[in-house]
Ligand binder design. Structure first.
Ligand code: SAH
Ligand code: SF4
Length: 354
């Protein structure tokens, strides 16, 4: 897709044209990744973080957060429960925890892989290449690391590097790909200072990175962060952090990366608890990642306020999600639900045809 085409879609107001965009994205999703919705069990195992991202409630400078780190036994029990409930993937997510012991995580991954058939996705921030290699060897399948914004100035301003360290998420994505991970990335929609041209660049970059998974969601202000306290820009070029812009981004992401797995994100369903799931999944998305983190911890994992009412941490909540998916005439995917894009890349690498 051309940059100019992306640029034209973003401010489109004509309901008929938008309806074409939704249908086209949905049709392409059906043809490329099929009708099944893959569910990922999101386990937020630590809220400790050494970073100071201006958008996130878990930032190190936020002293109001009561920090936690779950034990390996607890994580293992929850992963086994998730496998029994029918999930095919567990996503181990945390802040960029300075006390995360790489060997501890490697051992945990090995145990999850030996006791369940779950695919393991990691989302633990920017880590040393040797750690990423260690976890891959231990059996980790996928890694999520959003580039957040393709505009380097905006990224640096809101995501400051650690003193004495470089911060290059794009380089890390290359390393993750070379290690054989299924890789996911994406951006925030409506980050203060993000212009329409920036969002065009974000969407364009999704295609350039040849991603297997794409996570994009609206920026939701957190009152205990610099960006939560700042008044929003009224410039007409500022991307609105709303539902409508998120659907456009999801639909365009599907057109740009037809074979990727794309979730209706937690941020989207937080902004729109009534329709976010259905409209996201009906306009190009094919994945949902309900949190299975026990409520006592989940309440302290406030990346942004009001997070994850639609959770999967007990049988009843899981049934509610399954009901909503079936009511859309869609089925829940069984097994790992690897991205078609990843499977094709693996085949190419091993000499087969894609
Ligand atoms: N610490 C890891 C993973 C947890 S944060 C990391 O940073 O990669 C996961 C994602 O939450 C981030 O990539 C960011 O895009 C999103 N996020 C953070 N603050 C947010 C906010 N205020 N609104 C919406 N999404 C946010
Ligand atoms: Fe930490 Fe991730 Fe939040 Fe940044 S976005 S402060 S790295 S948890």
């Amino acid at each position: 897709m051309l940059r100019s085409e992306i640029r034209n879609w973003l401010p489109e107001k004509d309901p008929q044209k938008l309806s074409w965009l939704w249908q086209h994205a949905n049709q392409l999703r059906r043809e490329t990744v099929g009708g099944k919705i893959h569910l990922r069990a999101l386990l937020e195992f630590s809220n400790c973080c050494r970073r100071d991202c201006a958008y996130c409630g878990l930032r190190a400078a936020n002293r109001k957060v009561t920090r936690y780190r779950m034990s390996a036994e607890k994580i293992l029990t929850l992963a086994e429960q998730a496998a029994r409930r029918g999930f095919g993937t567990v996503v181990l997510q945390s802040g960029e925890d300075p006390k995360l012991d790489p060997d501890w995580l490697a051992e945990l991954i090995r145990k999850i892989k030996s006791r369940t058939a779950l695919a393991v996705t990691l989302s633990v921030g920017e880590r040393a290449p040797a750690e990423l290699a260690l976890w891959r060897q231990a059996g980790a399948d996928r890694y999520l690391l959003r580039f957040e914004s393709a505009n380097p100035d905006l990224f640096r301003r809101h995501h400051p590097a650690r003193p004495g360290h470089s911060c290059d998420r794009l380089a890390l994505l290359g390393i993750l790909r070379d290690l054989g991970y299924e890789i996911g990335s994406g951006m925030l929609i409506g980050l203060p200072g993000q212009t329409m041209e920036d969002l065009v660049a974000d969407l364009y970059l999704l295609g350039k990175l040849d991603l297997d998974m794409i996570g994009l969601g609206p920026f939701i202000p957190h009152p205990d962060t610099p960006l939560g306290r700042q008044a929003g820009s009224s410039s007409s070029e500022q991307v609105p952090a709303n539902e409508d812009m998120t659907y456009r981004a999801i639909a365009l992401a599907r057109l740009i990366c037809p074979r990727a797995n794309i979730p209706a994100t937690t941020a989207l369903t937080t902004l729109s608890p009534q329709h976010g799931l259905e409209l996201g999944l009906g306009r190009g998305a094919n994945v949902f990642m309900p949190s299975i983190t026990p409520a006592a911890y989940r309440d302290r994992y406030q990346i942004y306020p009001g997070r994850a009412q639609l959770c999967g941490s007990d049988n009843e909540s899981f049934r509610r999600i399954a009901y909503r998916i079936r009511a859309m005439g869609r089925e829940i995917g069984q097994g790992r639900g690897d991205a078609i894009n990843y499977l094709a890349r693996k085949k190419r690498k091993s000499g087969g045809l894609s």
